[in-house]
Design a protein around this ligand. Structure first.
Ligand SMILES: [Zn+2]
Length: 328
């Protein structure tokens, strides 16, 4: 479930505002409030005090906030400037304690990016389309920019125009005042955390664009470049100076984003294999990775091929196919 009413909107609501709304607008708002209240109750009932959930999954005010919004001036260099909803001080609760820092560079800490100021080639404006509270349509003409962030991406060449073009886009985020008085913001989308990657925060507010992320993953996994090698190539060939921390974050985000695809791929493969006349070929071959002897497994149907690199164990087979064939 996802929160329907952003913190920014909830803070503006009070009884005077509610008194001004029409029955229809009240119903619209109540539906959102009801949804969020149920979700909040569910979370309270499952918090770490009375369940087996780890303490890190508690409310923001029970631990230190992980990320804070960065001001606009930090721009393109910021490894990550999330418009994280600020946890409000809650009466009777202790203020958040600073988290214990590990030695060395902190995850997501700024690197080269802080001092890199590439020219902005493109501007994109993002507006709220409807009032978060009463649901009326909003007029983009009367909105204003409340913050901005920059992203860097590459455009792949075509047959007639080969090569790569680096594009830096400034994303302007707007807010709009509704005729009901409520201020709604365009808040960049954030994906609900993947259970396999609970620490990875995937969202729209990011420095690395989709094509550049794909190239970084390709250089690492397909071309087998090291982190430093990838960093050097991007800096020397494309003039994009990224820190190792930003690159690592990019891999983690890519893994978290692709995680649901793996299940879909296996489902598709097995649907083909179990269909009338379908066949599934399975093969394995030795595969050396960073000195470790592993096995490359291939699962092949008429239309799809699925690769896995891992140990040569029966678990590999179990994980991929047995839920579908009823084997143990
Ligand atoms: Zn409104």
């Amino acid at each position: 479930m996802t929160q329907q009413l952003k913190d920014h909107s909830l803070k503006q609501l009070n009884s005077q505002y509610l008194a001004k709304l029409t029955p229809e607008e009240l119903l619209h708002l109540s539906t959102k409030l009801l949804h969020d209240l149920k979700e909040a109750r569910e979370q309270i009932n499952q918090n770490s005090n009375n369940s087996s959930k780890p303490p890190s999954s508690g409310f923001p005010w029970e631990t230190s906030p992980k990320t804070v919004a960065l001001p606009e001036t930090e721009g393109v260099g910021a490894a990550r400037g999330k418009p994280t909803p600020e946890p409000e001080a809650v009466a009777g609760t202790k203020p958040a304690q600073p988290a214990k820092r590990k030695a060395g560079k902190q995850p997501g800490a700024p690197g080269y990016g802080r001092v890199w100021h590439p020219p902005i080639n493109a501007d994109e404006h993002h507006y709220p389309s409807r009032c978060e509270a009463c649901g009326r349509s909003l007029d983009a003409a009367v909105s204003r920019i409340y913050t901005a962030y920059d992203s860097v991406d590459i455009q792949f060449g075509t047959d007639g125009n080969p090569g790569l073009t680096v594009i830096t886009t400034r994303h302007h985020l707007h807010d709009s005042v509704c005729t009901c008085g409520h201020v709604s913001r365009h808040i960049p989308h954030r994906q609900a955390p993947d259970p396999l990657y609970p620490e990875v925060d995937v969202g729209e507010w990011r420095l690395i664009g989709g094509n550049l992320a794909a190239l970084i993953v390709h250089l690492r996994l397909r071309s087998r470049l090291s982190l430093r090698g990838t960093q050097e190539l991007l800096r020397e060939v494309l003039g994009i100076p990224l820190s190792v921390g930003v690159l690592q974050q990019c891999f983690e985000e890519a893994a978290a984003s692709a995680s649901p695809l793996e299940d879909a791929l296996v489902e598709g493969l097995l649907a083909e294999a179990t269909a009338d006349g379908g066949v599934l070929y399975i093969d394995e071959t030795s595969w050396k990775e960073r000195g470790e002897a592993l096995w490359l497994w291939t699962f092949v149907t008429t239309l799809s091929v699925c690769f896995y690199v891992g140990q040569r164990t029966i678990e590999m087979l179990d994980n991929v196919i047995s839920p579908h064939f009823g084997a143990g």
